[in-house]
Ligand binder design. Structure first.
Ligand code: GAL
Length: 309
């Protein structure tokens, strides 16, 4: 699998799992992401600026044992084709789906960026399933804690408490909003971090007393330099440190943008989307290993290929 390019599933079809995440349940890895397998259309933001979108198809699910051979398991969450008022109607925008398993309820909970075509909603959507394969039942979309929410991720802390990380305050700030015990809503408590730093596409992990966040700047589908931030306390004062990328085109994050960090066999890996705004369905993927130095710095070296584990 060539990093930066579109990948194929075990049937030879293009993998449609953009802005996604990989989780492990039992001995299987599940990759969820935006199915962008439609025509790229141009829409307008409230500001009048043009932005590319694809009609919502749904959230795909792929399964794998080795992180290389991906079997298509179908749409875990399907767009609503009938009800124009549904936040997941075909005419809307659905981005960055993240799935988290709740041990107390034994349910899989999916969070995503729920949006209008002009990006004026700035909300999150929640869907729930008994099985990792779905079908996920859509519950609601809302603006969490009355704070606008665009790029986002979900992170489970060591004590089992989960948080929604989302770009807020018109992308100027990152908010960390605590979820309810069943992970299906925010509970009202949140903090704002990285104020005025304008970060998006957050991806997180924890290792040996330190929390790490890799994020991108705010340049839409265009690549920019990733930065990593660290904090010894999840809700403490996060500090931006440096660009972790190393190699050719490191300043452009190898023409990619962070979507998620997952752990496999004790190592952490960064998932990137290589957006093609003229042809979103053919946007490529990368999975790159993350190295952690003794002084809590991150290094993400470019590799031509992803070979799985
Ligand atoms: C990016 C964001 C993507 C998508 C895109 C639309 O900045 O990371 O998820 O929202 O903007 O232009």
């Amino acid at each position: 699998m060539k990093n930066g390019q579109i990948w194929y599933d075990t049937d030879g079809n293009d993998i449609q799992a953009h802005g996604g995440c990989i989780i492990k349940h039992g001995d299987t890895y599940y990759w969820y992401g935006e199915h962008k397998g439609g025509e790229t259309k141009v829409t307008h933001l409230v500001s009048g600026a043009e932005v590319a979108r694809v009609d919502v198809i749904g959230v795909s699910c792929y399964s794998s044992k080795n992180l290389r051979d991906w079997k298509y398991e179908g749409l875990a969450l399907e767009a609503d084709k009938d009800n124009e008022n549904s936040p997941i109607h075909t005419s809307k925008v659905l981005e960055r789906p993240k799935v988290i398993y709740n041990e107390k309820t034994n349910k899989f909970v999916m969070w995503f960026h729920a949006e209008r075509p002009d990006y004026s909603l700035a909300g999150v959507g929640v869907a729930v399933s008994d099985s990792p394969l779905g079908p996920f039942e859509f519950k609601f979309a809302k603006v969490p804690n009355k704070q606008d929410s665009r790029d986002m991720t979900i992170f489970k802390d060591n004590d089992g408490t989960a948080y929604l990380f989302h770009s807020a305050n018109r992308n100027k700030t990152m908010n960390i909003a605590r979820l309810t015990e069943d992970y299906t809503d925010v509970d009202g408590f949140y903090v704002s971090v990285l104020e005025d730093q304008e970060r998006e596409a957050p991806a997180l992990f924890y290792k040996d007393g330190m929390y790490y966040m890799i994020s991108s700047g705010c340049t839409g589908w265009a690549p920019n330099a990733a930065l990593f931030a660290i904090c010894p306390h999840l809700l403490g004062k996060w500090k931006l440190i440096d660009n972790p990328c190393e190699g050719k085109f490191a300043r452009q994050t190898f023409f990619g943008q962070s979507s998620y960090i997952f752990e496999a066999e004790g190592k952490f890996y960064l998932m990137l989307d290589h957006w093609k705004p003229d042809d979103l369905r053919n946007s490529g993927y990368s999975i790159l290993p993350i190295e952690i130095t003794d002084d809590n710095c991150l290094i993400v070296p470019w590799q031509e290929e992803w070979q799985g584990i």
